[in-house]
Design a protein around this ligand. Structure first.
Ligand code: NAP
Length: 327
């Protein structure tokens, strides 16, 4: 990416201290954008110091306090912006109360943010961070010949039936967003990453990195789950491209490769033979089959697709550097 391409353009990033958003803020600053970043607690050094220390932050990063559940919370942050990157949403896989912890913030929060967007005259496009979770749970079979693409939509009733609460939150939030933008004539592009890998900029452990960490510490047998994987830098880059390329539109799946969780264990062990991996990591039952995810639309955003082994290496090195992994 060339630097200083966008001097003077002001954009907003919601949930800026998160795993994906921190990389997005970093890349936006490198490109010369002025970034209005929302966080729930601007006074918590663990959530904001890594952002304030980014190159360009002193001159062009502005922090705003905002909560998805408070109506009007994003008004000040989006004022004067040309674009909004809406990444804020709970990304939690183990919750006690799905409605309060996941569904309410994701589903009520999206129209709250979009209402602020609709009030502003400067805004041109919103880029929403959704997930492959709002695509793949349609109830259709996923087998090696099947190519999942952007025409797939997860079904809320299917997610509820199999208690996939995170997928339900992302599916309902995306539905609510499309409804709102259609009624209010807002230009929206939606990015659907698979499970995200790569270095952490923030000091704390986010839930998807924690799931990978569990596999690497030998404390957990790998779940019998085949899923799509993507590097965090590709995800951040896709968001910026989705904003900058005027012809970008609709939904974009973002998956470099499909791999079973046990493959993640195997590759990690090949890369780092001293990692304390569980001896038994392949399930007894038949492994969930692989399927394919189309890269056609993502390629039009110029995504490079960092290969899985490099993404894993970056994750492991980062977890080690931050002392979450010790081997
Ligand atoms: P993360 O590090 O946990 O970031 C989530 C962000 O959402 C945090 O910054 C958090 O803000 C914010 N947030 C949560 N509840 C909020 C609320 N009530 N009000 C305002 N902000 C709130 O997770 P992430 O992996 O970067 O996820 C970012 C986005 O990517 C999410 O939309 C997630 O669904 C999506 N995604 C993630 C993955 C993945 O594998 N990681 C894959 C596909 C899609 P605080 O800093 O204030 O806590």
């Amino acid at each position: 990416m060339s630097s200083n391409a966008r001097n003077g353009t002001v954009v907003c990033v919601t949930g800026a201290s998160g795993y994906i958003a921190s990389w997005l803020v970093k890349f936006l600053l490198v490109r010369g954008y002025t970034v209005k970043a929302t966080v729930r607690d601007p006074n918590d050094p663990k959530r904001v110091d890594h952002l304030l220390n980014l190159d360009g932050a002193k001159e062009r990063l502005h922090l705003f306090k905002a909560d998805l559940l408070e109506e009007g919370s994003f008004d000040h942050a989006v004022e004067g912006c040309e674009g909004v990157f809406h990444t804020a949403s709970p990304c939690l896989f183990d919750v006690k109360d799905p409605q309060t912890e996941l569904i309410d913030p994701a589903v009520k929060g999206t129209p709250n943010l979009l209402k602020s967007f609709a009030k502003s005259s400067s805004l041109k496009r919103v880029v929403l961070t959704s997930s492959m979770a709002s695509i793949i749970y349609s109830g259709q079979p996923r087998t090696p010949e099947v190519i999942v693409d952007e025409t797939w939509f997860s079904k809320p009733e299917f997610c509820r039936e199999v208690k996939l609460w995170y997928a339900l939150s992302k599916t309902l939030a995306e539905d609510a967003a499309w409804k709102f933008v259609k009624e209010n004539n807002i230009d929206m592009v939606v990015i659907h990453p698979g499970v995200v890998l790569g270095s952490l900029l923030q000091p704390s452990l986010n839930d998807s990195s924690a799931a990978v960490l569990k596999l690497l510490t030998g404390t957990q047998t790998s779940p019998n789950l085949t899923t799509g994987w993507i590097n965090v830098k590709d995800v951040a880059h896709a968001h910026i491209q989705a904003f900058e390329i005027s012809s970008a539109n609709g939904r974009y799946c973002l998956v470099e490769t499909l791999a079973h969780f046990s493959d993640i264990v195997k590759i990690s062990h090949e890369l780092y033979p001293t990692l304390p991996l569980p001896e038994k990591f392949v399930m007894d039952e038949p492994l969930m089959p692989k399927f394919q995810v189309s890269k056609e639309r993502a390629k039009t955003l110029g995504i490079e697709f960092v290969p899985l082994d490099i993404s894993l290496k970056e994750t492991i090195e980062s977890l080690k550097e931050k002392k979450f992994l010790d081997f």
